[in-house]
Design a protein around this ligand. Structure first.
Ligand code: SF4
Length: 342
């Protein structure tokens, strides 16, 4: 079984030597679950201090008993408030998602497209219990999962208690982690936190995302997620606007990568786009080397293929060439990355 030093906590949790963060969050008591949003955030930030103190002690899984009410329940309460004026991602639609839909068009009761033990993720993650949600905060013209990403009404509603039972069962079948993905998991943040309140199994939580979340959403994930599995796509805002309709991409996604690194461990994915090796791949690798470090587990992926509406964009309507891929991997080697193909 593959192990990576930079994922030490992840390996400890999957081997049941350290509790998953969400279990520690459940053990932190809070005073209130009601009040205005500012009061709830104040309570949250105080409880996060206690969370960090407990985490630094590196408790054993048997040391963490749920408190009532607890920090995870407080996070659910705050997420429900944010849902009423949705600011989960930087689209900041501010619509009441209990009644209407924003840019992502995800309904308040999310639809699960599929869940299974995925054997095609990075070796360090498989078997990975991937839970695919319908809907996305991006509109990538080359989306490889367009059938679920752009049809949020597809899939089925699953009650949190039922999904918790499924997670427990998958863990007993050998899942090394729970891998929240889509589309993108961000529009379903409130639901995912709710599932975790009724889950009790020790299993690492992986957030598999485009990282276009708001700072508020990142705060709610702090103390819950064990590994960010990020999809770092573009080195220039022009590219992000053109292919994913994602304004201010670079500022938002670099900010969130720094925050993810502060919170926990991470694996960064980057899909090499044809014709975008210099402007995107090289710039991203340089930024990661400088800001996250060359011990960051990185997966520079070759498998781009033109899908969905890529034929409308002639410059990306082909696979990357062998020269382009070699240039991407050579850059990773030159910068000193220890792991760049996972
Ligand atoms: S998750 Fe993002 S895109 Fe969807 S409604 Fe909320 S702010 Fe808008």
């Amino acid at each position: 079984m593959m192990r990576i030093d930079a994922l030490r906590d992840y390996h400890e949790i999957e081997r049941d030597r350290l509790p998953a963060r969400y279990l520690v969050a459940k053990s932190v008591p809070v005073e209130v679950l009601e009040g205005d949003l500012d009061e709830l955030w104040r309570e949250h930030d105080e409880a996060m201090e206690e969370f960090r103190a407990r985490w630094e002690e590196r408790p054993s899984p048997t040391d963490v008993e749920p408190a009532s009410p607890n920090l995870l329940e407080l996070k659910v309460t705050i997420a429900r408030r944010l849902l009423e004026r949705c600011t989960f991602c930087e689209r900041r639609c501010e619509v009441d998602r209990t009644r209407e839909r924003g840019f992502c068009r995800v309904p308040p009761s999310p639809r699960v497209s599929s869940e299974f033990l995925h054997m095609g993720e990075e070796r360090v993650l498989v078997p990975s219990h991937t839970i695919f949600f319908c809907g996305c905060t991006f509109r990538c013209v080359y989306c490889q999962n367009w059938d679920i990403a752009f049809h949020p009404e597809n899939g089925v509603k699953v009650e949190p208690e039922r999904l918790a039972r499924i997670i427990r069962h998958r863990r007993s079948e050998g899942a090394r982690n729970v891998n929240w993905v889509g589309g993108d998991p961000t529009p379903n943040l409130h639901y995912i936190l709710r599932v975790l309140t009724v889950l009790d199994v020790n299993v690492p939580q992986v957030w598999n995302s485009n990282m276009y979340l708001t700072e508020e959403a990142m705060r709610l994930l702090d103390g819950v997620i064990d590994v960010y599995l990020t999809d770092f796509k573009y080195g220039r805002n022009e590219c992000a606007e053109r292919y994913s309709s994602a304004p201010e991409y670079w500022e938002i996604v670099t900010r969130n990568h720094l925050e993810a690194r502060r919170q926990c461990e991470m694996i960064v994915r980057h899909l090499v786009l044809p014709g975008h090796v210099e402007c995107c791949t090289h710039r991203i690798l340089e930024w990661i080397a400088e800001n996250l470090g060359t011990d960051t587990p990185l997966n520079v992926m070759p498998q781009y293929r033109p899908e969905h509406r890529a034929h409308e964009y002639p410059e990306i309507n082909r696979r990357p060439s062998a020269e382009e891929l070699e240039s991407a991997w050579k850059k990773a080697r030159e910068l000193g990355f220890r792991h760049y193909r996972l």
